[in-house]
Design a protein around this ligand. Structure first.
Ligand code: MRU
Length: 366
């Protein structure tokens, strides 16, 4: 997607063929700053400190992290250590482990001398595949938005509520939840997006930045506003991403998603979740009981990060000093609250049967 007319992916290889470049998402939307990752540790820090974030992008950067590690030293010990360091960077998004497993399984059986080239090849494949998966999600989701638009008078807008950032900055390009929205906008459908601010890290600012760059009409709202808007008929559809989707169709996404799903159910608003297949975890059934929920620093809760009119970026304390803060980064939305899952293979029910129909090859069922 584009920033000021220039096409970017969220991660790419530099011209030297080994340095990995990313957009520092902690600087966005105020500043477009490119960071060079040259070591395994750089990649691990980028994921842990959320210079990059969003489940599919975390997976892609982790794969590049393995490649950087093999560039540094291609021994068995370094391979194992790289995996162990990267897999611990963030616990919830399953794309991280998926990408590391895929890379590790090939590298452990490769000649040492081939490991670096093989790791870069796999990382490039993962990145390119992600773009294609998201493009297909966009096409399937577009059909769903077209159906909703068809139920309204032609001059009326389709109002979509989204939570967190599930756009191109969270993937390699296009995004998951935002891909159908971009395609609907490009197809001439009148869409307007209610963008949840998404405290404490304000990923809604990234979503607003993306939508603004693409010319999509949007309004940033407080996280607590969605229920009110739904009660007043101002939301036609909720559309979010996911960091992990279980075998029975539960989805784990940014904290607050569950409350939106409850409000959507109570107000008969369709609630869709967009995901590429690497976000599926068929080893987990009950998302509430089984998915590890990341807990982050209380400082993200007690402070807010922003920029002054003079252009100085800083954290500002918003609570009494010393207040104990809980910072749960994700929650689980049970399958029964979800209208449908939008995947690269089409749209299915959020259920074991739905997922088995679309992904018989992945779910381990005959
Ligand atoms: O903590 P983050 O910013 O990495 O969380 C991101 C999300 O929750 C996204 O909604 C999710 O990864 C889906 S992105 C395609």
């Amino acid at each position: 997607m584009k920033i000021s007319g220039t096409h970017y992916r969220s991660v790419w290889l530099a011209d030297d063929g080994y340095t990995v470049e990313i957009l520092d998402q902690t600087k966005l939307p105020f500043e477009v700053q490119i960071i060079q990752l040259r070591t395994l540790q750089d990649a691990a820090t980028a994921i842990k400190e959320m210079w990059v974030r969003g489940a599919p992008l975390i997976g892609a950067v982790a794969a590049y992290g393995m490649a950087l590690a093999m560039h540094q030293e291609n021994s068995d010990e370094n391979l194992r250590q790289a995996y162990a360091i990267l897999v611990k960077t963030r616990p919830t998004a399953i794309n991280l482990k998926w990408a590391l497993d895929r890379t590790y399984q090939v590298l452990e059986n490769s000649e040492h001398s081939q490991r670096e080239a093989t790791a870069y090849r796999i990382a490039n494949e993962i990145a390119d595949e992600d773009v294609e998966l998201c493009r297909k999600i966009g096409e399937h989701g577009l059909q769903m938005i077209q159906c909703i638009a068809a139920t309204k008078p032609s001059d009326e807008t389709v109002n979509i509520l989204t939570h967190c950032n599930a756009g191109w900055l969270a993937t390699v390009d296009w995004g998951t939840a935002l891909a159908p929205i971009y395609m609907a906008h490009d197809a001439g459908i009148k869409v307007h997006v209610w963008v949840d601010e998404t405290r404490p890290r304000n990923q809604g600012g990234l979503t607003a930045f993306e939508l603004g760059s693409h010319g999509v009409s949007h309004t940033l709202i407080a996280d607590n506003a969605g229920g009110h808007l739904m009660q007043h008929g101002k939301v036609d559809l909720c559309l979010v991403g996911t960091d992990r989707t279980t075998a029975r169709g539960d989805v784990c996404n940014k904290i607050g998603t569950y409350l939106k799903a409850l409000a959507a159910k109570a107000n008969q608003v369709p609630f869709y979740v967009a995901l590429p297949s690497p976000t599926l975890d068929f080893t987990v059934w009950d998302g509430v009981k089984e998915i590890p929920i990341e807990q982050r620093s209380g400082k993200e809760q007690s402070h807010t990060y922003g920029i002054t009119p003079e252009g100085i970026r800083s954290w500002v304390n918003t609570v009494p000093p010393g207040t104990s803060c809980g910072n749960y980064a994700f929650d689980v939305t049970p399958a029964e609250l979800i209208t449908g899952l939008i995947t690269e293979r089409g749209i299915c029910d959020a259920s074991a049967e739905g997922l088995q129909t679309l992904f018989p090859d992945l779910c381990g069922q005959p």
